[in-house]
Design a protein around this ligand. Structure first.
Ligand SMILES: Nc1nc2c(ncn2[C@@H]2O[C@H](COP(=O)(O)OP(=O)(O)OP(=O)(O)O)[C@@H](O)[C@H]2O)c(=O)[nH]1
Length: 212
């Protein structure tokens, strides 16, 4: 039986968070062009950017036939430092520059969530942001270049991971740590509750067909 939840994301970290919570899901990547989605809008705050992109991803997948009768979750994570939005650094030079600016300081990781409920012939969308302040320890130039050389920070929003090597440099998180990684499970619970669904329903063993 297909899981009710579709995760509209290519992110292994987001998938892992659902798996660890024993929440069954199917992954359908949205292939949303994030720059094009943002170009339609004027300047947005980092949190509004995350919510808009989460919505674009969820709606792109929710429009597919595979989403009929199911619930689709899209997410997007944006790192805020000094009021500026940062996504993935992609290159080592950009990662070194950004991590150098973060050293010894506090940034905020905003993760947008958008849920589209396509059950019962409807299509109801609702979103929420989960933001967490992240406090970084002082990092030496050598530590930064050694971290960037691993390649880990290049493909993650904010150029660091909380659940990987980046944890060496994180002193404190104020907020949902899962939101830092990319998907706040408690925010998903709240969005599902608004649609009269509890993730705990999915822990029940699926009734096995009786052999007559
Ligand atoms: N493992 C880990 N990944 C992180 C962390 N912070 C951000 N990320 C990842 O960085 C990526 C942020 O880029 P997004 O554009 O939101 O998502 P994406 O990876 O492109 O995947 P889509 O959902 O398909 O757009 C996500 O995959 C996040 O899971 C972290 O602390 N740990």
């Amino acid at each position: 039986m297909r899981p009710v939840l579709i995760l509209a994301s290519q992110s292994p970290a987001r998938a892992s968070l659902l798996t660890r919570a024993h929440l069954p899901y199917e992954t359908v990547v949205s292939h949303v062009d994030e720059d094009a989605a943002l170009a339609e809008h004027g300047p947005l705050s980092p949190s509004d950017t995350a919510l808009l992109l989460a919505r674009a991803k969820a709606e792109a997948v929710a429009s597919l036939e595979i989403a009929e009768g199911r619930v689709v979750l899209g997410c997007d994570s944006v790192f805020e430092l000094d009021g500026e939005s940062y996504g993935k650094p992609y290159t080592a030079d950009v990662a070194v520059e950004r991590i150098t600016a973060m050293s010894g300081r506090k940034g905020t990781l905003h993760t947008g969530h958008w849920l589209v409920d396509r059950r019962n012939g409807e299509s109801h969308g609702e979103g929420a942001i989960s933001s967490a302040d992240v406090y970084f320890s002082e990092m030496s130039r050598e530590e930064i270049t050694n971290y960037v050389a691993t390649g880990e920070p290049l493909q993650v929003a904010g150029s660091f991971t909380l659940d990987g090597r980046g944890s060496v440099f994180i002193e404190r998180v104020d907020g949902d740590p899962n939101a830092v990684i990319g998907l706040s499970i408690s925010t998903l619970r709240d969005l599902l509750a608004a649609r009269h669904v509890s993730p705990s329903h999915w822990w029940r063993p699926t009734p096995q067909p009786t052999t007559s």
